[in-house]
Design a protein around this ligand. Structure first.
Ligand code: PEP
Ligand code: MN
Length: 359
């Protein structure tokens, strides 16, 4: 997928900071929208966001002002010169957003999961030169995210970008939606020219973590940030806990460190290359050790076959796991990391022994 238009647009803006999309979760009233926009004018925000149609988890809560709020966004553009962005979730929203000349359309996480809805929207905005940003699906599924982006591309929408807003999980976590950074990193590898914006607001679900998540995003070379901003966050009609005041947005932008894309000095480059060589050698060693371990696992498999003993020996496995976690922690690694690695090794070992015992 060649998607250079939004990237070119971004480069042409010549911002000396990442792209910032800011504004309330929901457009609550004309006054609220204009007040926030006036304050955001003094910040790094270039694009004003506001939800007009709100996908709410439970019915009976505020579901957005609908089309009536679109002229408020036009006023924002007139009065502040900021570009405007709304979420569209069906063909009707898409038609209205185009009619009211909204500059940026984004696809919400709950819509990206549904190929029928995405297809319907893509057909409704066929060949548009508006910028379309596709949020990740709620579940951690890279293919589904890519599929949604491709549906727009195939309909001639070429000003595409992605928004990383984290993933829903049943695991308890300090985040509302866990970031699983590897997924947007994988998306970047698949579509190197596609700009990716980070949405720390929906990842965090609370104000306190927004700075740290934004910094991680910049460390990972994300192209921009979408941050929910409200003049009176505690009174917001949706997502009150995660919204910040424009003044706080300004502080955050001042404190964030923008990283250089690569090392510049000759000596730093050669130092880095030497360290990378060391890493390569360690990776070779790791692979050799794993292969040798697998050989022993296979010998155990043969012994199990001879004596008709079950592949899974749970007591032994628990012993191993406990021991490696303890040792790993002593060496400065987290329990989660060690557990993940050894569970993967155990699973592969079981598969090898299964092949042997059933051959
Ligand atoms: C939003 O941006 O306000 C929103 C509803 O986001 P998401 O689709 O990421 O939940
Ligand atoms: Mn929100």
């Amino acid at each position: 997928m060649e998607n250079k238009n939004f990237r070119t647009w971004l480069d042409n803006m010549q911002l000396n900071h990442p792209l910032v999309i800011a504004g309330p979760c929901s457009a609550e009233s004309e006054e609220q929208v204009l007040e926030i926009a006036q304050e955001l004018k003094n910040t790094d925000a270039t694009i004003f966001r506001a939800g007009v149609w709100k996908p709410r988890t439970r019915p009976g809560t505020f579901e957005g002002n609908g089309a009536k709020a679109l002229p408020w966004l036009q006023k924002v553009k007139e009065k502040t010169g900021m570009l405007t962005a709304v979420e569209i979730a069906n063909a009707q929203h898409a038609k209205l957003a185009l009619e009211f000349d909204i500059d940026i359309l984004w696809i919400g996480a709950r819509t990206t999961v549904n190929p029928f809805a995405v297809q319907e929207i893509a057909e409704a905005i066929r060949d548009t030169d508006k910028i379309v940003l596709v949020k990740n699906p709620i579940n951690p599924d890279l293919e589904l995210w890519m599929g949604a982006i491709e549906r727009f591309y195939k309909m001639g929408v070429k000003n595409l970008g992605a928004i990383h807003r984290g993933f829903s999980s049943f695991r308890k976590s300090k985040y509302r939606n866990i970031p699983s950074w590897q997924i947007p990193i994988d998306l970047k590898a698949k579509y190197p020219t596609l700009p990716i914006i980070n949405d720390p607001s929906h990842i965090c679900g609370n104000r306190e973590l927004i700075f740290d998540v934004s910094q991680t995003a910049l460390d990972l070379k994300f192209d921009g940030l979408m941050i929910e901003t409200h003049c009176n966050p505690d009174e917001a009609w949706s997502d009150a806990k995660q919204q910040i005041k424009p003044a706080r947005l300004m502080e955050i932008m001042d404190d964030l460190k923008v990283r250089k894309p690569r090392f510049e000095k000759e000596e730093s480059v050669s130092k880095l290359n030497a360290l990378r060589e060391e890493i390569n050698a360690k990776d070779d060693q790791l692979l050799e050790t794993l292969a040798e371990r697998m050989q022993i696992v296979e010998n155990i498999g043969k012994a199990k076959k001879e004596s008709n003993v079950a592949v899974l020996q749970n007591t032994r496995w628990q012993e191993i796991l406990q021991k490696v976690i303890e040792k790993g922690e002593e060496q400065g690694m987290t329990k989660e990391f060690i557990e993940k690695i050894f569970k993967a090794i155990h699973q592969e070992s079981i598969a090898h022994q299964e092949n042997i015992i059933n051959s």
